[in-house]
Structures are given as C-alpha cells and as structure tokens.
Design a protein around this ligand. Structure first.
Ligand SMILES: *[C@@H]1O[C@H](CO)[C@@H](O)[C@H](O)[C@H]1NC(C)=O
Ligand SMILES: *[C@@H]1O[C@H](CO)[C@@H](O)[C@H](O)[C@H]1NC(C)=O
Ligand SMILES: *[C@@H]1O[C@H](CO)[C@@H](O)[C@H](O)[C@H]1NC(C)=O
Ligand SMILES: *[C@@H]1O[C@H](CO)[C@@H](O)[C@H](O)[C@H]1NC(C)=O
Ligand SMILES: *[C@@H]1O[C@H](CO)[C@@H](O)[C@H](O)[C@H]1NC(C)=O
Ligand SMILES: *[C@@H]1O[C@H](CO)[C@@H](O)[C@H](O)[C@H]1NC(C)=O
Ligand SMILES: *[C@@H]1O[C@H](CO)[C@@H](O)[C@H](O)[C@H]1NC(C)=O
Ligand SMILES: *[C@@H]1O[C@H](CO)[C@@H](O)[C@H](O)[C@H]1NC(C)=O
Ligand SMILES: *[C@@H]1O[C@H](CO)[C@@H](O)[C@H](O)[C@H]1NC(C)=O
Ligand SMILES: *[C@@H]1O[C@H](CO)[C@@H](O)[C@H](O)[C@H]1NC(C)=O
Ligand SMILES: *[C@@H]1O[C@H](CO)[C@@H](O)[C@H](O)[C@H]1NC(C)=O
Length: 716
C-alpha cells in the first residue's frame, strides 16, 4: 500500500528540484561565461626586431650637430623593434608601433614606410594606426631627413642611411605581422631613481608655483611597460617608455651605439633569449622615449671641464672659457661606463616591472591621426584671448647646445637679445626674418628663420603629424618631437581629462616621444620665456604646446566618439625629390706589398680577463659593406674548441664587448682596429679575432676580404 505523500515531503521535493535547477543554471552560466570570456579575452599580438644599422663611417652622427662627430666604427648595432596588437574578433582593428634605435623619426622615413606597407599589406596599415618612434640615441647615422636644416647636419640625404632604417623597420614589421598569436597585454608602472637630472632646471622653475607643487621631481621618473604574453604562457615581448636622453655617449664619440636605452634593451633580450647572439631570438624588448626634452642621464651635473667647478647657473656659463666648457657627465668614470650604469638601471626596473605586471589590458583598439599646420594654428587660450603659432624659426640659444653637448661657437643658453654681427651675417647670407615672424617668436631672438627659407628645399616642416592610438584603457600619444617634462605632463593631463569628459575615465596615458616627424623641442609657455636651448628650439613659437594640446584633445574626442577629429583636413605631405649628397665616393688603397686584412698590430700571446685585446688590420672603408650590413659582421671573436678541434664564434660585432674602430689615413689608406674587452666571466682558453670587410679600389668592383689575428690565451 502506497504511503500518501505528506505536504512536508512534497515541499522537500520541490525545494530539491528548485535547488538542482538553480545549481544547473549557475553552472551553465559559469561555463558559458568561462568560454565566452576566454574567447574574447586578450588580443592578437606579434613582435619583431630587425637590424637598422646604417653605414658606420664617414656619415655624421645625428643629434649633437657637432661637425667633428663623423662616424668611424661601431660599439653596438642599432635595431628597430615593432609590435602589432589586434582585436581578437576583428583583426583589421590593430595598432602597429615601431621604436627605432635612431636619433629621431623623420617625415621622409614615415612617408616611405607607409608607401611600402601599402604595397605589402594593402589598407591594413594606415596613417592613423601606425606609430613610428625613435629612442633618440645621438650615436646613429644622419642623412635620412628631408628638410634642409637637418641635411646641413647630415651631409645631405644619404640613401644608405635612409635605406638601412627603412628596411629595418619594414623587416621588423613583417616579422611581427607574420608572427601574430593569441595573447595578453599587461601594464605596469614604477619609478627609476638616480638615473636622470633636469638639464634646464631654471626653465622648469618658471612654471607656475601651484603646478610645480603637484610634482615631487623636476623630471618624470616613471617607467611604463606593456608586457606581452602568448596564450601558452610564453613571454613574447616587453615595450617600455621612460623619459631620458640617450646621451650618455658624449659628442666626442664617433662609434655607432644605441646608448643607455639600447644597452637596457640588449640586457633584457640577452637574458630572455639565452644562448642567442645580440639582436637574435624571438623575445623582443622595445625601449622607447617619452617626455625627455629637458632630461639628461649625465647625473653628476654640469661642470667646467677646465676648472672642475660647477656651472649649474642660468646660462650654464664657465667664468673661464664660456659655455662651451660647461659639460655634464657621469655617473661612470667615462662615457662607456656611464652608458652601462644608466642602461643597467633601466633594464633592472623593466625586468622587475615585467615580472610583477598583473593588470591586464582589455577593450577595443582605436586610433586617430591628423596633419596640422603648426605654422598657422590659432589657439584658444581662454574665453577672451587667442594666440597663434608661428612659422618655424630657431633662436640664438639653439646654437648654444646643452650641457649634454654644447655648441661649437660662443653662444650661451638663455639669450634673449640678438647680436648685430650674427644678424647681419644671417641677413646677408640667408634672409632677414619678417617682422611678423620676429614678433610672433618674441622673446626669442631669431637666429635662423627656417620657415622663411625654402632653398634648395624647405628648411623645416610646417605640417606636422598628431596621433593617438588606444588599446583598451591604454592611450599612446605620439609626440612629434622632444617635449619637456612639464610640457609632457600638461599633454598627459589634457588627454586624460578629455577622455574622462567623454565618458572614458581612468585611461593610462603613455607619452611616446620623437614620433613620425621631427620638430625639435616643445616647452611650456613659461619655460619658453627663459629661452634656454629647449625654448630656442621650440620652432613654432610660444603657443606651440597649447596648439598640440588642443589637437590631441580633438583626437581623444574623436576616438571616444568614434568619429573624425574636429581639425582641418590637410593633404598628405610629399616626399621631396632630393639629390643632395655631400659624401665623396669611396676609393680604397693599401700600403705597397700588403693585402686588405693583413695584420698591422697583432694580439699578444696571453691576456687575463678584464684586459683588452686590440688588433689592427690593413683596412678598407666600411661604407663598402653598407649594402651587406644585416647579413654581415665586421668582426668575430672565436674560441678553439678542443673536443671538436674547431673554432667556435663567441662574439660578433653586435656584442657590447667588442668595438670596431676605423681610422682613415691618407690616399685612401685606412686601418681597422678591432677590440675585445674581455669580461670577467669569459672562459679561459685559446682565442683569435677575425676581421671582415669590403674594399673598393680604383677601376675595380667591391671585393670581400678577411684577416685574422694570431691565436692567444685567455686566463682568469
Ligand atoms: C615567431 O614566434 C615563435 C614563437 O614565439 C618563434 O619561435 C619564432 O622565432 C618567431 N618567428 C619569427 C619570424 O619571429
Ligand atoms: C667665449 O666667451 C668667453 C667669455 O666672454 C671668453 O672667455 C672665451 O674666450 C670665448 N671663447 C671663444 C672661443 O670665443
Ligand atoms: C667625453 O667623454 C670622455 C670620457 O669617456 C671624456 O674624456 C671627454 O672629455 C668627454 N668630452 C666631452 C666633450 O664631454
Ligand atoms: C592660416 O589659417 C587660416 C585659417 O585658420 C587661413 O584662412 C589662412 O589662409 C592660413 N594662412 C596660410 C598662410 O596658410
Ligand atoms: C586670458 O589669457 C590672457 C593671455 O594669457 C590673459 O592675459 C588673461 O588674463 C586671461 N583671461 C582670463 C579671464 O583668464
Ligand atoms: C619692421 O619693423 C621695423 C621697426 O620695428 C621697421 O623699421 C621696418 O620697416 C619693418 N619692416 C617691414 C618690412 O615692415
Ligand atoms: C628627380 O630629380 C631628378 C634630377 O634631379 C630628375 O631626373 C627626376 O625626373 C626627378 N623625379 C621626379 C619624380 O620629379
Ligand atoms: C653584398 O651585397 C651585394 C648586394 O646585395 C651582393 O651582391 C654581394 O654578394 C654581397 N657580398 C657579400 C660578401 O656578402
Ligand atoms: C686537447 O685534446 C687533446 C686530444 O684531442 C689532448 O691531448 C689535449 O690535452 C687537450 N688539451 C686541453 C687543453 O684540454
Ligand atoms: C672584473 O674584475 C676586475 C678585476 O678583478 C674588477 O675590478 C671588476 O670589478 C670586475 N668587474 C665585474 C663587472 O665584475
Ligand atoms: C677569407 O678570404 C679567403 C680568400 O682570401 C677566402 O677563401 C675565405 O673563404 C674567406 N673566409 C671567410 C670566412 O669569408
């Protein structure tokens, strides 16, 4: 006989069924959410790196504008590094970012890169989603910029320089493009102390008291990193932004070198790509510049090199000898050691931030780019007043240089009065600035009215790129030059608050320096009044920064609203047809009875670690090797492997332990000096150095040759 169900047991059944249903729904929701979010989390990510080293001899090094600083060999190679990040569900929504180990990005390079990208990838890469930036090393070749002022510093437009960088950028992009994989991007930030000073503190002091009070330092000490990790957990790359001038190598250096930030990138890649030669291996560490306009790595500060006394005064002037004697250096005993100390500090922080990075970036990818006429831009200063930018011009203090590398003549920073002799010379040789330009730039006394000079080519650009790209909550602001600390802070705040007022709070604003085109410096209005080097080099006049802030706000608004920026639409700038090249053709010769690659000064038979092997060879002009640079090395250090009875390469010319120094002699003769700085951790054994080159003799074609030192022993 069936027992009748009680109300209580019915209730129990109902509750049980209900609970089971609830749990089932929750599990389903969880599973759906899990797979759904897994499918949408992260991005498609690719990284790439390629050799950008141009010719390492006879071309001026770009940065200090020191006519004596002509390339004569190399310490390190220069690399271009790229990342591409795309939305996982719509690969066409992507950002391509390149950081090149060169002095600055140039309009010429950008236009040529874009042309080639169009040929290779159609419409995937456009002006708005491609950011090209430079680290600002002052030890890379000149000759890849198309405006006359830069060509004066670079002996013209040097195709081998331009092509080396162009090909390096494209190769790094191809690699990143072909290697895209599902992954995740993490952001982290941290302070680097004891690695920077402000080299124009007297300009910085001019900023409003209330503004300065909000910051604890007169430089931005924060490093921002984006860490990229593949879905399988493998670290694929790290890109970082930190404001510092790569001028640890001073203006007497003639060897190609990626300077402090290049050394930092080298150390991180060496660690992650263990066993690979420098510049090889899948992991990419891209170190990029930021608001470095007034930031020096020479942290011992400016001192008179003749008397040793401090010259931290408004004009950086030495009582005996003037401004050219006032030079900053440190922290090492020489520039080589300083480069490594500062580079190591940057590397250590990047590594720490990479290990600890846990904040994942997510969200859509957007970008906005426009050309603005910076020579004719009206700025709304406040409700009642507007200001105008000016046709480009540089002031007297431009010629003074800085404590990182003073000028060659007796100009001083902080000059607000012209000099009748120089004015007369300028008017006679070039042109007298118009009254309009003079007034517009006041209080800058104009040395060169570059905006009014157009022969043989325009001396400076008028139309300038402004650009922002966002990856979820990260906004990369592409600055077209060197913004000072405070100028950068104002841009960062303006862009952040613009996003906020458009309903996008909490954006991480990354200032990316020296992007797309070079327009020298940008100071604040107040710093401009001091007319130190940075103010004198703010080429569009006192309202330059306001014009950029207004433009970047318009871009941020456009991104937030998914529309085009509210800025005048200008046509794309053009590539000039330039045939200006002041380099003489190469002609090599060798001493009678010798061959290229013969040893002139051999290695000793024994060395201890810490010593330097220094071998000299009958040399040939390294420019002959320019076309082969990426598949070539000027030198190798080899170790004899007793077990296999063969020589094993332990270093090539990309190593920071080797130096290739080319000494030009008379009548086409030259000597190539190979150095190996034997590090403490070097294995004892039998070694030799080999030299490779290409010669170009009269009536003959370019020929490859090589030479070798005698073998030598290395012991502890
Ligand atoms: C692509 O990525 C894989 C894995 O990260 C790596 O092994 C390979 O070298 C990369 N290829 C290129 C061309 O970078
Ligand atoms: C630069 O000016 C200082 C001070 O007027 C003077 O002592 C020095 O000799 C000058 N140097 C040159 C190269 O004219
Ligand atoms: C550059 O650095 C070297 C040391 O590496 C030093 O001997 C030289 O005086 C410095 N020159 C200038 C102009 O800073
Ligand atoms: C400057 O810009 C104004 C509009 O803002 C325009 O009317 C004028 O023609 C421009 N001048 C030059 C020289 O381009
Ligand atoms: C607007 O800016 C001008 C020029 O900087 C200044 O003189 C004026 O006082 C400002 N007006 C207001 C209301 O802030
Ligand atoms: C420029 O201004 C000066 C005086 O300030 C005047 O003498 C001169 O005629 C002006 N030049 C032109 C071209 O207007
Ligand atoms: C560039 O200039 C060269 C000579 O200076 C000339 O032969 C060539 O036609 C020019 N090319 C263009 C596209 O203008
Ligand atoms: C150097 O490059 C040229 C042109 O790319 C090529 O023809 C030549 O074989 C290369 N020489 C060597 C030694 O690699
Ligand atoms: C090298 O190897 C040979 C045999 O192949 C051996 O006789 C010799 O002792 C070895 N030398 C050293 C330094 O290990
Ligand atoms: C290498 O050894 C030398 C001499 O023993 C020492 O002075 C130096 O500090 C060492 N360098 C490093 C990087 O360990
Ligand atoms: C060095 O030069 C010789 C000819 O002088 C050639 O036979 C040899 O292959 C070259 N070695 C290398 C590694 O290029």
């Amino acid at each position: 006989m069936k027992k009748p169900k009680t109300t209580l047991s019915r209730l129990a059944i109902v509750i049980t069924v209900f609970l089971v249903l609830v749990i089932a729904v929750l599990v389903t929701l969880f599973v759906v959410h899990y797979f759904f979010s897994e499918k949408n989390a992260g991005y498609m990510i690719g990284v790439g790196r390629a050799d950008c080293t141009g010719p390492v001899a006879e071309i001026p090094l770009m940065g200090y504008a020191n006519p004596d600083q002509i390339g004569a060999g190399m310490i390190s190679r220069l690399y271009c590094r790229a990342f591409i990040i795309a939305e996982p569900d719509d690969w066409s929504k992507r950002v391509l970012y390149v950081t090149a180990e060169i002095a600055m990005m140039s309009q010429r390079l950008r236009l040529e890169v874009m042309k080639q990208l169009k040929e290779r990838y159609g419409d995937l890469y456009q002006h708005d989603n491609v950011i090209l930036s430079a680290v600002h090393t002052h030890s890379g070749p000149a000759g890849y910029l198309q405006y006359t002022l830069f060509m004066i510093a670079g002996k013209g437009l040097i195709k081998p320089s331009l092509n080396a960088i162009l090909n390096g950028i494209l190769e790094s992009v191809d690699m990143a493009h072909q290697n895209m994989t599902k992954g995740h991007v993490f952001i982290n930030k941290g302070l680097i102390e004891n690695s920077q000073i402000n080299r124009s503190p007297f300009s910085y002091l001019r900023n409003p008291e209330s503004e300065k009070l909000r910051y604890s330092s007169n430089t931005d000490q924060e490093m921002v990193v984006l860490k990229m990790v593949a879905d399988n957990g493998e670290d694929i790359g790290l890109f970082m932004w930190f404001p510092i001038h790569p001028v640890s190598m001073n203006n007497t250096n003639r060897l190609t070198c990626s300077d402090n930030v290049g050394y930092a990138a080298h150390l991180l890649e060496k660690e992650k790509n263990a066993g690979s030669f420098p510049g090889k291996g899948p992991y990419v560490a891209g170190f990029a510049s930021s608001n470095l306009g007034d930031v020096s790595p020479n942290i011992k500060g400016p001192h008179c090199i003749n008397t040793g006394e401090s010259c931290e005064n408004f004009n950086n002037y030495c009582p005996k000898g003037g401004a050219t004697k006032c030079i900053a250096s440190g922290p090492g005993k020489d520039m080589f050691e300083s480069t490594k100390i500062i580079g190591r500090n940057i590397y250590l922080k990047a590594k720490e931030l990479s290990m600890k990075a846990s904040e994942e970036i997510s969200g859509p990818i957007r970008s906005s780019h426009e050309w603005v006429d910076m020579a004719n831009f009206t700025v709304q200063l406040n409700a009642t007043h507007s200001g105008k930018t000016c046709k480009p011009a540089v002031g007297y203090s431009f010629a003074a240089g800085t404590v990182d590398g003073p000028g060659i003549l007796n100009f001083t920073q902080g000059t607000t009065e012209g000099n009748s002799l120089w004015d007369a010379l300028r008017d006679a040789l070039l042109v007298e600035p118009s009254n309009e330009t003079k007034d517009c730039h006041s209080p800058k006394p104009i040395l060169l009215p570059t905006g009014e000079l157009s022969k043989p080519y325009p001396w400076h650009p008028h139309v300038v790129d402004v650009q922002i790209a966002t990856i979820g909550s990260v906004a990369i602001v592409a600055l077209p030059g060197e913004f000072t600390t405070m100028a950068g802070r104002r841009v960062r705040e303006a862009v952040k608050s613009e996003f906020e007022s458009q309903g996008k709070p909490g954006m991480n604003i990354i200032l990316s320096g020296l992007c797309n085109i070079y327009t020298h410096y940008v100071t604040t209005y107040e710093e401009y009044q001091a007319q130190r080097y940075e103010g004198a080099s703010t080429i569009f006049g006192p309202h330059t920064l306001s014009a950029y802030i207004q433009s970047f706000r318009a871009l941020a608004r456009a991104i937030a609203k998914d529309t085009v920026p509210d800025l005048p639409q200008l046509p794309e700038p053009v590539i000039f047809n330039i045939s200006l090249n002041l380099l003489l053709p190469v002609l090599d010769a060798k001493p009678l009875g010798s061959k290229f690659g013969d040893v002139v000064q051999d290695a000793r038979s024994k060395y201890r670690v810490g010593e330097v092997v220094d071998v000299h060879f009958v040399g040939a002009n390294p420019r002959n090797s320019a076309a082969n640079m990426t598949s070539f090395t000027f030198l190798i250090v080899e170790k004899f492997d007793n077990a296999s009875r063969s020589w094993q390469v332990v270093h090539d010319d990309a190593s920071w332990d080797t130096r290739f120094i080319w000494q030009k002699g008379n009548w086409g003769r030259s000597t190539s000096q190979l150095q190996w700085h034997i590090q403490n951790n070097t294995e004892p054994g039998t070694y030799r150095l080999q030299y490779f080159g290409h010669s170009k003799e009269l009536l003959s074609s370019i020929r490859a040759f090589n030479g070798s030192s005698s073998t030598f022993e290395v012991s502890n």
